[in-house]
Design a protein around this ligand. Structure first.
Ligand code: HC0
Ligand code: SF4
Length: 574
């Protein structure tokens, strides 16, 4: 242990502890901006670049950044000396001088860490006035908005992209006044290998990286009497939306969310969990066929669009491995614009499908040309969990006071297998539940594949399915995916099936989820809530979903049929 004094108080902490963490054990908060513990990502970003966290150390001539200065025996630290406070105020003043002042209309209004610091420091004037940088705003991707005029050079996005996701799109570029963080030559994101996972958006403390919003378009469609506007809600939205309304993390808000969506004016409120069940029918059939023939193993799940973008860019030689099944979001769109549109007698162009997703890559996925047969998109608009909360607030709906309501049918009926898609391991568990029943010809009761649950980045297990031992793996976070796929490419690992999700922990930690989720505890609560929803449901296997059975009987025929292939499968691009 190392003994030191902070603000005249003695403290003992393990060697290697930073002054910032040592101070926290004494209940002393040193302000920070660039520092972030992304504990859900297993990374601590301590660049020491913003200098907001500087402290005075006795007998050292310079102030030291506390986030990256380790404690030393006998050290005497002052966190609130006049010198430290003045230096912080100068740094903050300089940052504010070159920062746009449109806080009232910024997407990060009231969630911006720079704004909070200005408030905490009681700053009331911009001392330094001068030129401001003028970078063009990038909205090329339709998913992520990049406004580098707001960048504070904390480089958290760089850590999320390069260290956690290993995509390597973002780095420090330019020099002096033009210095910023972005892709090489400041290319539009669409022209880079960005996956649109949105982990950089979650990491950004200000409004430099935010999502591209579609709320206004959705309001317009809802209020157009010629349009029939339906909505689908992704599995993990229901366990995070409550955080936007000050409910504890892990609150299950399914019924309130459905009620709120009706009050916003959607004609029908449907569930992506329904089409997650449908995905299992198609992907599960592929899994069984590949196991029986021994060909194209391992099968890789393909429902996460960030992950699809990643393998298209980074592992094109493994393109035969991902399932060809569309994601539940896109399956929902295809079925809504065919089966459902026919049922209710609405032309596909007049049926508007809106998705509520925890994910920013879903915005990009919905806009991919292959998902717009005859020029009509299967999914018209994708809103994030945060955007849905904003719509609810804008409409004056008192979310916490709403009484639970049920989804509409037929595209609102789902099983426990559908909802667990929202947490890492859930897609594979759902597929195994179905494959086990089909291969054994039994209704197996023991359906909890706990070995593949949890927030760990890579999980491996041998599972018994249909009397066979299957080697499976689950991985979340693209850095982990890279590790696993490299082993597969080199022939160092053999599996039958692998689930991959781009965001660490799965969709519960998607780039469109409330900003409150960047700590492990919140993610644990969201994950536990997902499995609680599963446990509470009377049907927990996709192939037992009555609406899915009816869809195949009345419309699609068998899983893998010609029509199923046309509507529910896709192809990938190198
Ligand atoms: Fe997911 Fe999905 S589980 S990717 O995380 O598969 O976004 O929640 O909606 O499509 O169902 C996200 C979440 C979905 C899809 C589903 C899958
Ligand atoms: Fe990197 Fe993901 Fe951000 Fe793209 S969205 S820049 S891949 S972290």
């Amino acid at each position: 242990m190392v003994n030191l004094k902070i603000n005249d108080m003695p403290v003992s902490v393990p060697e290697g502890t930073t002054i910032l963490d040592a101070a926290r054990t004494l209940g002393i908060k040193i302000p920070t901006l660039c520092h972030i513990k992304m504990d859900c990502l297993g990374v601590e970003h301590k660049a020491g670049s913003c200098r907001i966290c500087v402290v005075e150390i006795a007998n050292r001539p310079n102030l030291a950044p506390s986030c990256c200065t380790p404690v030393a025996e006998g050290m005497v630290v002052k966190t609130n000396s006049l010198r430290a406070i003045s230096a912080r105020r100068t740094v903050l003043g300089l940052l504010l001088s070159n920062h746009p002042k449109d806080c009232l209309i910024c997407a990060m209004n009231q969630q911006c860490e720079l704004q909070s610091l200005a408030h905490e420091f009681d700053m009331h004037e911009i001392k330094y006035q001068g030129a401001q940088t003028e970078f063009p705003i990038d909205i090329s991707s339709g998913a992520i908005r990049r406004d580098l005029n707001k960048c504070v050079m904390c480089r958290r996005c760089e850590t999320a992209c390069n260290v956690v996701q290993t995509v390597g799109v973002l780095s420090g570029i330019n020099r002096g006044f033009e210095a910023t963080v972005g892709p090489e030559e400041l290319k539009p994101l669409l022209e880079t290998s960005c996956t649109f996972c949105g982990q950089c958006v979650l990491a950004c403390p200000v409004g430099a990286l935010t999502e591209i919003g579609y709320k206004d378009d959705v309001w317009r469609e809802i209020n157009d009497p010629t349009k029939h506007v339906v909505v689908q809600t992704a599995p993990s939205v229901r366990v995070a939306l409550g955080e936007e309304f000050d409910m504890p993390a892990g609150s299950i808000t399914t019924g309130k969310m459905v009620a709120a969506l009706r009050r916003l004016g959607f004609a029908k409120v449907f569930d992506t969990d329904f089409s997650a069940d449908l995905t299992i029918m198609e992907e599960g059939t592929e899994l069984i066929n590949r196991i029986k023939t021994g060909k194209n193993l391992p099968i890789l799940t393909s429902c996460c669009p960030g992950w699809v973008n990643f393998f298209e860019h980074q592992f094109p030689e493994l393109m035969h491995m991902p399932s060809t099944a569309k994601s539940p979001q896109q399956m929902f769109g295809s079925i809504a614009k065919s089966y459902y549109a026919e049922k209710v007698g609405v032309k596909p162009k007049d049926l508007i499908v809106v998705s509520i997703m925890p994910c920013l890559a879903k915005k990009y996925e919905a806009a991919r040309p292959e998902f717009a047969p005859d020029g009509v998109r299967d999914v018209d608009y994708v809103l994030s969990t945060r955007e849905l909360a904003a719509m609810i607030k804008e409409a004056g709906v008192m979310f916490s006071a709403l009484k639970d309501e049920e989804y509409d049918n037929p595209l609102g009926e789902s099983t426990g297998a559908g909802v667990i898609f929202g947490a890492s391991g859930g897609v594979l568990e759902a597929a195994l539940r179905t494959a086990n029943d089909i291969l054994s010809g039994k209704d197996i009761k023991d359906i909890d594949f706990v070995a593949i649950r949890g927030l760990e980045g890579i999980k491996e297990a041998t599972v018994q399915v249909g009397g066979m031992d299957l080697q499976v793996a689950v991985c979340s976070g693209l850095g982990n995916a890279r590790k696993l796929l490299t082993k597969i490419r080199n022939g160092e690992a053999k599996y039958h099936a692998i689930e991959i999700m781009a965001c660490p922990g799965g969709c519960i930690n998607g780039g469109g989820q409330p900003y409150t989720g960047s700590n492990l505890k919140t993610l644990e609560e969201r994950k536990n809530a997902i499995y609680q929803v599963d446990k509470n449901l009377p049907i927990r296997k996709s192939h037992q979903n009555p609406s899915i059975i009816k869809l195949y009987n009345d419309y699609l025929g068998e899983p893998g049929s010609q029509l199923a292939h046309k509507l529910l499968h896709t192809h990938y691009f190198a």
